[in-house]
Design a binder for this molecule. Sequence first.
Ligand SMILES: CC(C)(COP(=O)(O)OP(=O)(O)OC[C@H]1O[C@@H](n2cnc3c(N)ncnc32)[C@H](O)[C@@H]1OP(=O)(O)O)[C@@H](O)C(=O)NCCC(=O)NCCS
Length: 199
Amino acid sequence: MTAGSAKDDYRSVARLHESLLEAGLLALLGTSFLSGFYRYLASSSDAFLFAAVQDKDVIGFVSGAIDTKSFYRTFVMKRGIQTVVGHLAFRVANPSVLRRIVSIRRHMVGGSATNNLPKAELLSLAVRPDMQRGGVGHALFARLCNEFAERHVDRFKVVGEARNEASMSFYRAHGGTPAGVTDLGGLECNLYEFSVGAR
Ligand SMILES: CC(C)(COP(=O)(O)OP(=O)(O)OC[C@H]1O[C@@H](n2cnc3c(N)ncnc32)[C@H](O)[C@@H]1OP(=O)(O)O)[C@@H](O)C(=O)NCCC(=O)NCCS
């Protein structure tokens, strides 16, 4: 998808993210924020977004960044921290939510667990529940790898919630090498590393 793609498509991506990727910080920010975030991501030269579409409906999507740390820094610089804080303000009264946000933010800008890992990252991948186990995730993953290859990225990482068996199996089935564990807002997460072209 590009910045010029239909507004409804970004909303569909945002809704899928919100309902299926609840473990991250972004899902806390709501559909409206996520729609804008993905529009920004698709227009960024440091990142990309691909959607799987069937009968004009978005049934899955994948996004990646060439350098996650730099991508999020530029996003905050261009969009302003106020945008994020504004979307979060009504949720931070709960200390456990605040702790979760601080720890996830640390990961986004590069924590010690990711220091030796590639800068490039699979940021998000989701397939509509009724379309899962039909190869859509596989096709999106292949598209992501092609994009990394075209951009001369030979390794990338992904972080996923350890108890999310579907994603753990998916990453192992796609050649992911375990690269450590990290705590993301109180959730135990596994890091995987991939070599582009090694699948
Ligand atoms: C992870 C996810 C994207 C996989 O998408 P998908 O379209 O169902 O995946 P595919 O059909 O291409 O599966 C490819 C392989 O991954 C593995 N896999 C996928 N889902 C699995 C599951 N629920 N249990 C076990 N293995 C699974 C299998 O090896 C599968 O091959 P097979 O069907 O021949 O056995 C999907 O389950 C999803 O959207 N989950 C919710 C969001 C999420 O957790 N995203 C990942 C974190 S960023």
